[in-house]
Design a protein around this ligand. Structure first.
Ligand code: C2O
Ligand code: CU
Length: 579
């Protein structure tokens, strides 16, 4: 069983147990004997069955099981001890077991809420709050059932509930280590002074664009989606003037995957102020990495990128021959981009397809009709890529794959999620099928350059209730906190840093660190054994544990976030800072 299905099964059992005990209690109170017994039996079995799922999760990693072991297990035990025996000898009035069943229901519901609303890391305060809730709800039910608990008993219940409530809230509101302010309003200034050799101007504005024969309202650079393709050759000094015509919420340019100096990174509030209507900002950086990249606004990036403020950045190592095609895939106004394109290519011509995923979710790309190699991922060349055929690749949000092949005499077609987007020769009959490439075992391995790490960080990705703002929100969290309350990761220049990224949620999180490429060490404890993989965007699927490492060689304050930009907006964003 995969960790993801263990997580799902455990959640299902937890819901079944909580609902069963509660339902059984209510049925018993209403003297519906068969129903009460049936529900409570289901609940008892579900509660006991959870022992297996929780143990299995704990064996995969403590992150997946912490609150289940520390909070849910004792509460479940209490529920079984209190309700189990009474259930077995519920001979007389079924109403007499209503309270024990309700108690079990409250205990299991509290544990479930801890998992769903709080998650990892488990804390004493949530444990105490859960206990307070269970005691209070039980005491209240006792009154309502009119069982007349003795004064002493009700006093004790109230005292326990209040004490646990106070202790729990006290611990919860005690300020932890304060996260450093994301910036001190002095933005980094340094920009290379060399004369630009490639100059571009991009003007952001609202626009109406044609997608698949329909008019779609968009935000666009120079009136087009995607924006103009920016190209350079290694060694160029690229200068891009960004103007904002009428995007009220501001614009910036972030060079996704391009490890520019911090001052040019385009993160509003961190490296620069957002560029408001009528304003401009000039970016300048040296193009010293060849490869496929893209640019996009980082101001209200969830909305901005979705509405069309993005484009391609390609840096070539020198003059190239053959056919070089970029395929930036996007969903604009619910419609897929780009429109399908057909090209006549002579046999023998070398072709490079630069596949770019600018959406917030994974896309499946399949090249049919030819052998091909994956020459580069996220702008970095792979070592010893072997020929593939009828193999699909999954590109995470923000990721890029370069596929190369020599044009055969017969047609070739590229599919994205089953839709043909590019083909050579019109009537390709090839179809999208075949297995999916695992990049972690593709190409020629070389030994990892590092065996020790100066700093290690663990990022546990989950969902949780965030009560810090004006309105509570169900945030996407990292280590139980949401932006801006996630403590920054502090590194020293030259450190070799390791991240362990754990996904205990039910959704994919495409992880993206600005300013650095990370080397993949392992996934689910299995070491990567293909060509070194230097990535800037990688999908951490539910239940997965990734280990990646990088050298801290680009000082500044860097965003480190999920590139499902809706998730980033809902809290899944922190910062890496150099001390
Ligand atoms: Cu392409 Cu901060 O992202
Ligand atoms: Cu995410």
């Amino acid at each position: 069983m995969t960790t993801a299905s263990l997580l799902a099964a455990d959640l299902l059992l937890a819901v079944l147990a909580a609902a069963g005990w509660l339902g059984g209690g209510v049925a018993a109170a209403a003297r519906r004997r068969p129903l009460a017994l049936a529900l409570a039996t289901v609940a008892l079995l579900a509660t006991l069955a959870r022992a297996t799922t929780v143990l299995a999760l704990a064996r995969v990693g403590w992150w997946f099981a912490a609150e289940k072991v520390v909070v849910a297990a004792p509460l479940s035990l209490a529920a079984v001890v209190v309700a189990g025996p009474r259930l077995l000898r519920a001979a007389g009035d079924i109403r007499s077991v209503a309270l024990p069943l309700l108690f079990a229901g409250y205990a299991l519901s509290a544990a479930l809420l801890v998992t769903v609303l709080h998650g990892y890391p488990v804390s004493a305060s949530v444990g105490l709050l859960a206990v307070a809730g269970v005691v209070a709800a039980t005491a209240l039910s006792w009154r309502l059932l009119d069982a007349r608990p003795s004064r002493a008993v009700s006093r004790a219940a109230v005292a326990v509930a209040v004490a646990a409530l106070l202790a729990g809230t006290g611990l919860a509101v005690t300020p932890g280590p304060a996260p450093a302010a994301p910036h001190d309003h002095r933005y980094p200034q340094a920009r290379i002074s060399d004369e630009p050799t490639r100059r571009f101007t991009l003007t952001a504005g609202t626009a109406t664009v044609r997608v698949g024969g329909h008019d779609v309202a968009a935000w666009a650079f120079d009136g087009q989606v995607p924006g103009p393709e920016l190209t350079a050759t290694v060694g160029d000094v690229v200068q891009v003037t960004l103007r904002n015509r009428d995007i009220g919420r501001g614009v910036t340019l972030h060079w996704h995957g391009y490890d520019v100096p911090n001052s040019q990174d385009g993160v509003p509030g961190v490296t620069q102020p957002a560029v408001l209507p009528g304003q401009e900002f000039v970016y300048r950086f040296r193009a010293d990495q060849a490869g496929t990249y893209w640019y996009h606004t980082h101001s209200v990036s969830d909305v901005g990128v979705r509405m069309g403020l993005y484009g391609v950045l390609v840096v070539r190592p020198g003059p190239t021959s053959g056919l070089d095609v970029t395929v930036p895939v996007h969903t604009l106004g619910g419609r897929p981009l780009p429109d399908a394109r057909v090209e006549q290519v002579e046999a023998g011509v070398p072709v490079r397809l630069r596949l770019i995923n600018t959406d917030s979710t994974t896309h499946r790309y399949a090249l049919a009709g030819t052998d091909f190699r994956v020459a580069a991922i996220d702008g970095y060349d792979l070592g010893g890529p072997t020929p593939l055929r009828d193999t699909a690749v999954l590109i995470p949000a923000g990721g890029r794959y370069d596929l190369v092949f020599s044009a055969p005499a017969t047609p070739v077609a590229l599919y994205v999620d089953g839709r043909r987007v590019y083909s050579t020769g019109a009537q390709s009959t090839a179809t999208d099928r075949g297995p999916v490439l695992d990049p972690l075992s593709y190409g020629r391995p070389v030994p990892t350059p590092w065996s020790r790490f100066d700093r290690t960080f663990t990022l546990v990705l989950d969902r949780g209730l965030d009560l810090r703002g004006l309105l509570p929100r169900y945030a996407h969290t990292v280590n139980g906190a949401a932006d801006p309350d996630i403590p920054p990761q502090v590194v020293h220049p030259g450190d070799v840093v390791r991240f362990t990224i754990v996904n205990r949620s039910q959704t994919v999180h495409p992880w993206h660190l600005h300013g650095h490429h990370v080397l993949v060490l392992s996934r689910d404890r299995r070491p990567a054994n293909g060509s070194p993989l230097w990535l800037d965007s990688f999908d951490v699927r539910p239940g997965e544990v990734w280990e990646v490492a990088f050298r801290a060689d680009n000082p500044g304050m860097w965003a480190n976030h999920c590139h499902n930009l809706g998730h980033a907006d809902a809290g899944m964003m922190l910062h890496l800072v150099y001390s």
